[in-house]
Design a protein around this ligand. Structure first.
Ligand SMILES: C[S@@+](CC[C@H](N)C(=O)[O-])C[C@H]1O[C@@H](n2cnc3c(N)ncnc32)[C@H](O)[C@@H]1O
Length: 419
């Protein structure tokens, strides 16, 4: 009984839907707080919780999931850099690009934005990043700027050599990057800090909406819509993309960036992508840093049935590199040629779908996302992309169903420690 009151309070105060992390997780957090306070009676704890702001904050610290790392879903950072080069700089001869990272957790996301922009050639004087999170503990870590190995995932860690130096407990981020980001404690759902905040050219609100129920998601998206400039980009997490379609936001049409716009008119960025200019199309299996330029050989390796897995990984990597270089037609040809030689995989069809999507062929894209889901019904990116494709084709109901499926998949993954 007390636990359900605690869950309701957390929903009211921070938007957390206890179901999203498992009701047992909230109960565990309460028990941890009881132990920390030397209390045994949960009713006594409840009295304290509703009378002391500080205890509410402690409980929030105990339930939040601060999981994050540098260049997580790196396509978003690549897309931001392209938007700045192709759109923002063209219309802003002077002035400051304003970015919001909310929630920023321990800082990896806003610092990745800063590194991507610096790597992209934007002078430090031309951009500023506000970074906000409800966890004061996470903000404290972010302000320290020292990171352990969990914050560096994937193989492409060139940015660590450029911007970090080894420290006693990990790697210390350079002041040049830290200066670009201002951290603040704040709640996405409470308006206090919002006064006067608006007109962000890009907002990163990734991997938090999944913890909210539908009503709270609507509140959050409304806040984000108010904060975004008319031509700004809103980035969400892979499993959150479908949520935004009901809210007057339109997909920016950048595969795997999970980016949305208020303004649905095609900007120069979107037009140029349709004609085949660079688009970063990477998957989890090949997360590259946006500034990486790979030299590749477009000729496919000969299939070897004895080493199917290695060969498949090799050609997928090549296909991704072609796509990253903007050679979308070549990447598609490469995929199709090789897809015939290999046992079909969900990842292959997902990539083919993305390549069709990037070229504006929504029907073909949807067909391949479906094939990916046939082979792997849990493929959350294929689910999210098919949802967007269905929405584009006018099937809002179908899109909504897929989105719910993607969200369910995510909660299952989380409760089993995956996802
Ligand atoms: C999984 S992390 C996401 C971090 C980063 N955006 C990313 O995608 O890597 C979720 C973060 O959301 C924060 N959070 C949860 N509810 C919030 C709220 N109502 N307002 C602000 N931050 C919130 C948590 O403290 C946690 O740091």
């Amino acid at each position: 009984m007390v636990y359900s009151r605690v869950a309701a309070l957390l929903k009211e105060k921070m938007g957390l839907d206890a179901e999203s992390i498992g009701v047992a997780s909230v109960e565990r957090a309460v028990r941890r707080r009881l132990a920390a306070l030397g209390l045994e009676d949960v009713q006594v704890y409840w009295e304290r919780l509703i009378s002391a702001e500080q205890e509410l904050q402690e409980l929030i610290e105990a339930v939040v999931i601060p999981e994050t790392w540098f260049f997580r879903d790196s396509e978003a950072f690549a897309a931001l850099v392209r938007m700045v080069r192709e759109e923002w700089l063209a219309t802003h001869a002077e002035g400051t690009l304003r970015i919001l990272s909310l929630p920023c957790s321990t800082g990896e996301e806003p610092f990745s934005v800063a590194m991507a922009l610096l790597d992209g050639g934007l002078p430090s004087s031309r951009f500023h990043i506000d970074a906000i999170d409800i966890s004061t503990r996470a903000i404290g870590w972010a302000e320290r700027g020292v990171y352990g190995k969990n914050s560096f995932r994937g193989n492409d860690l060139g940015f660590r050599d450029r911007y970090f130096e080894a420290a006693e407990r990990g790697y210390r981020l350079s002041d040049a990057v830290r200066r670009q980001v201002q951290f603040r404690h704040g709640n996405l759902l409470s308006a206090g800090w919002l006064h006067g905040a608006h007109g962000y050219d890009a907002i990163f609100c990734r991997n938090v909406l999944i913890y909210f129920d539908r009503v709270t998601q609507c509140r959050a998206v409304e806040v984000l819509g108010r904060l975004l400039s008319p031509s700004g980009l809103l980035f969400v997490g892979p499993s959150e993309a479908g949520l935004l379609l009901d809210h007057g936001l339109a997909s920016a049409g950048i595969p795997l960036a999970f980016a949305f716009r208020r303004n649905v008119e095609p900007g120069p960025h979107r037009r140029s992508r349709r004609t085949g200019s660079p688009a970063a199309i990477l998957t989890r299996t090949n997360r590259s840093h946006p500034s990486k330029s790979a030299s590749i050989s477009p000729s496919p390796p000969k299939p070897n049935p004895a080493a199917n897995v290695a060969v498949a990984e090799h050609w997928m990597e090549q296909a991704h590199r072609l796509a990253n270089q903007g050679k979308l037609v070549e990447a598609l040809e490469y995929c199709e040629r090789n897809a015939d030689c290999e046992p079909p995989s969900a990842e292959t069809h997902h990539l083919i779908g993305l390549l069709h999507d990037a070229a504006g062929r929504v029907r073909e894209a949807a067909e391949h996302y479906r094939k990916a889901l046939y082979l792997d019904p849990q493929h959350s990116e294929a689910l999210a992309h098919l949802a967007v494709a269905l929405q584009k084709q006018g099937d809002a109901l179908g899109a909504q169903r897929l989105l719910e499926r993607a969200n369910r998949r995510l909660s299952e993954g989380r409760s089993t420690g995956r996802g």
